[in-house]
Design a protein around this ligand. Structure first.
Ligand SMILES: [Mn+2]
Length: 305
């Protein structure tokens, strides 16, 4: 059953009060293999309704966090229209000092989302490098996302993690930094993601999760599935490690026609994870008293014989 009016679970705050703002971009006109991602935002919202508001491993009640669901971008039919409308809406969120969470839609929604920021780096988790100059004549295609991001922030400020599909055209051109899935499987996610974070020169990072970065065994409901990917838990680890530097997030390419529901559930849960760890980090960094007490304790214990 489709519930077009459903909003993301726990998103009860007004825009003005919110710390986190969710925006859907139900656009999949640039999907190259099989479409369906336009139903992604609402499927992720519906899936979010299945979870407890209490996130036990973070000891956090999501109903106490100020989350607003701004609904979907509407009435866009071309990539140019989608980009224009999405950039405007995301800029409103960013300019108001709030953390944007974009639900795709195909991955091309990341192009305008990144444009709404200044002075950031971009990290993606994606099976694909997405570094084509154009695809089928469209420079705003979901196959060109990281290339357009690089145009915006500089090629030295983008990094793709979990890649296992690169075209010959991409391989023969200037390449961005990337860490491939096989290296991650061999060396482990903690070590390789730490290395990835160290490669990012700018402190603030926009994090784009193309759900096909996760293995199709965990996330089969997507337009261009690619075997040998990351696990759900791997991505949870990345989110935790990135939290102190994360300024915006999107999850894209969830395609409900190819999903039994588990892909949308995973996407919803990862949105909850981002909210949880970013909130916890910001709460900690705004409580100097607690840090001070920790420092004193540390010093006195070090000073004792
Ligand atoms: Mn992809």
């Amino acid at each position: 059953m489709v519930l077009p009016t459903a909003r993301f679970a726990f998103a009860t705050a007004d825009f003005e009060d919110a710390d986190f703002v969710i925006l859907g971009v139900p656009f999949d006109r640039t999907a190259t293999f099989r479409s369906g991602a336009m139903a992604g935002p609402n499927a992720i919202r519906e899936a979010s309704l299945s979870f407890e508001p209490y996130v036990f491993e973070h000891d956090l009640l999501l109903t106490k966090i100020k989350i607003h669901d701004a609904g979907n971008i509407e009435d866009v039919y071309t990539s140019e229209e989608m980009v224009k409308a999405t950039e405007k809406r995301v800029a409103e969120i960013v300019d108001a000092g709030k953390f944007p969470i974009i639900l795709g839609g195909d991955h091309s929604a990341t192009i305008p989302a990144v444009r709404a920021f200044k002075n950031i780096g971009v990290m993606t988790i994606d099976a694909h490098l997405d570094f084509r100059e154009q695809y089928e004549g469209n420079r705003l295609s979901h196959a060109c996302v990281l290339r357009r991001n690089a145009d915006q922030v500089g090629i030295e400020n983008v990094l793709a993690y979990g890649v296992r599909s690169i075209s010959m055209e991409e391989k023969n051109a200037a390449m961005p930094e990337y860490i491939d899935a096989y290296t991650i499987h061999e060396e482990g996610v903690e070590k390789t993601f730490k290395k990835a974070l160290n490669m990012m020169k700018r402190e603030d990072i926009y994090f784009s999760l193309d759900i096909d970065g996760i293995d199709p065994a965990f996330a089969p409901g997507t337009g261009t599935p690619e075997p040998f990917g990351l696990s759900s838990l791997d991505v949870k680890t990345c989110i935790r490690m990135l939290a102190p530097r994360m300024v915006g997030f999107d999850v894209t390419e969830v395609s409900p026609p190819y999903d039994k529901g588990n892909t949308a559930v995973l996407a919803a849960r990862l949105v909850m994870e981002v909210i949880s760890v970013v909130h916890k980090h910001r709460e900690r960094s705004h409580q100097p008293k607690r840090i001070l007490r920790f420092d004193i304790t540390l010093r006195s214990s070090q000073g004792s014989p």
